[in-house]
Design a protein around this ligand. Structure first.
Ligand SMILES: [Zn+2]
Length: 259
């Protein structure tokens, strides 16, 4: 996302990453904690992992903007503020197509993370899940759910043609190019209409994790499966299953213990 830079405070966290200066405003932690309040009902670990997942995911999003902008010659820096980040200066480019690539690079970086997390869940997690304690198993499952949620919904939200989100900037560039006379007005009209519609959408979509993860007792490595084991075809009826259920409520995740 690209907005005006908030003023520095004495509580800012500052560091360098890939030759990019990153500043984290205290409001980022506060809003992340507020949004992850529900995870306090799961565990303290789930609450803190939510905040860490927000931090890592948003930094990756903004790095997508800054590093793609650097390819074209811009020098950007990152500020994390509220529930989002700012890639200041990364889109200061003369060519329209370069700016569009920079706008899209943030959501694209997160969608790549989303794919990697799914690949980890399907191919790596089953290899060591059997050796984890029930508590560790729950923690990793919650971590996977949080990373998938943030790195899917955040880029989708950002790609909506609403100003000043990334999608709003892309639609403005494209419409201004196609309709030089009134493209910007049309893009702002679309943005305004969608903003009105978005008031009907819940701010925090429910996390659909209504699936049973079970450890297959017949396979070396103890794979986790959401339906039947893909190799031995063991099903729910097998009493030997170690089952951990991650259920769903309208507001978030509920978890039952392993049985
Ligand atoms: Zn962005």
């Amino acid at each position: 996302m690209f907005l005006l830079e908030p003023a520095e405070t004495q509580f800012d966290l500052k560091f360098w990453l890939f030759r990019t200066h990153v500043r984290v405003h205290p409001m980022f932690w506060a809003v992340s904690a507020l949004l992850g309040e529900y995870f306090l009902k799961v565990s303290l670990g789930a609450f803190f992992s939510w905040i860490v997942c927000c931090f890592v995911s948003v930094v990756i999003h903004e790095l997508g903007h800054v590093l793609s902008g650097r390819l074209f010659g811009s020098q950007g820096h990152i500020v994390l503020y509220s529930f989002g980040g700012l890639a200041i200066g990364s889109s200061d480019l003369a060519r329209r197509w370069q700016r569009i690539i920079v706008y899209l690079a943030g959501p694209a970086a997160q969608l790549i993370v989303w794919v990697l997390v799914i690949a980890f869940e399907w191919y790596c997690f089953p290899l060591f899940a059997r050796n984890l304690s029930p508590e560790a198993l729950k923690f990793v499952i919650v971590l996977i759910v949080q990373l998938k949620f943030i790195n899917l919904y955040w880029p989708i939200l950002n790609l909506m043609p609403i100003w000043p989100l990334d999608g709003g900037r892309v639609s403005r560039e494209v419409l201004d190019w196609l309709l030089p006379r009134n493209g910007i007005s049309i893009s702002l009209g679309i943005s305004f209409s969608l903003r009105r519609c978005s008031r009907q959408i819940p701010s925090m979509p429910s996390i659909n994790t209504s699936r049973s993860f079970r450890t297959c007792p017949r396979e070396v490595g103890g794979a986790l499966y959401s339906s039947a084991c893909s190799r031995c075809r063991t099903t729910r009826s097998c009493s030997k299953f170690t089952k951990t259920i991650v259920g769903t409520t309208s507001t978030g995740i509920t978890m039952s213990g392993a049985d």
